[in-house]
Design a protein. Structure first.
Length: 212
């Protein structure tokens, strides 16, 4: 783990939050529904990348339990440590997806749950484009974000100060389409995390396929 990773804003944030994140978000029904959709479309032993894998639950745990070859990446050493212990059936790396080698057409599926929010819009577009190119044709991707039209704003998330950038649901769907994805289904909802003083968050989940 490099010095740079320890200083990355997202790493600092999620090192501090740790296991509390799982308690707050792991029971989110729209998240679980999107995983069910993905599982219905994966051949046995599919290669899946979980971007911003957190504690490994529910995403990597669900996919690994179904027999898939799961790799999780996260910038937070604390989160990676939790995931390694909790989901022995998957492989986890402490890495920044912006710097991760992604061989083209090497993956059957990619999951990106709320892991773009501390990137700039240019970085989010570039990362999604690289992830699409890493998908095999007919591969699937689930993308999720907080559906707000905000750019580089200061917010407090689970007690931690962060700078966040997000898109409206329509803008996020356009980002996915511009990157080469077909948005098969768009699920929008308000979700209140399970932690003190939490307020409802507008979420959007994009169920996507790479057709070319």
């Amino acid at each position: 783990m490099t010095e740079g990773l320890h200083r990355a804003p997202a790493a600092v944030t999620f090192d501090a939050i740790g296991a509390a994140y799982e308690k707050a978000f792991a029971s989110c029904e729209p998240h679980l529904r999107s995983l069910e959709w993905l599982l219905d479309r994966l051949a046995p032993g599919s290669r899946v990348l979980d971007v911003g894998s957190g504690t490994g639950r529910p995403t990597a745990a669900t996919l690994a339990a179904a027999g898939h070859d799961v790799r999780g990446v996260d910038v937070s050493p604390v989160m990676v440590g939790l995931a390694v212990r909790q989901v022995p059936g998957a492989v986890f790396d402490c890495a920044d997806v912006r710097e991760l080698p992604l061989p083209e057409e090497s993956l059957d599926a990619v999951c990106v749950y709320f892991s773009l929010l501390q990137m700039t819009r240019a970085e989010q577009s570039e990362v999604v484009g690289r992830l699409v190119r890493a998908l095999k044709p007919s591969g699937h991707m689930v993308l999720a974000t907080v559906s707000l039209d905000v750019e580089d704003v200061d917010v407090v998330f689970m007690g931690q100060p962060v700078r966040a950038t997000a898109y409206s649901a329509e803008q996020f769907a356009k980002l996915a389409a511009d990157a080469g994805l077909t948005v098969v289904y768009q699920d929008e909802c308000d979700f209140t995390p399970s932690y003190p003083d939490a307020v409802p968050e507008p979420h959007v989940y994009l169920y996507c396929r790479r057709d070319k």
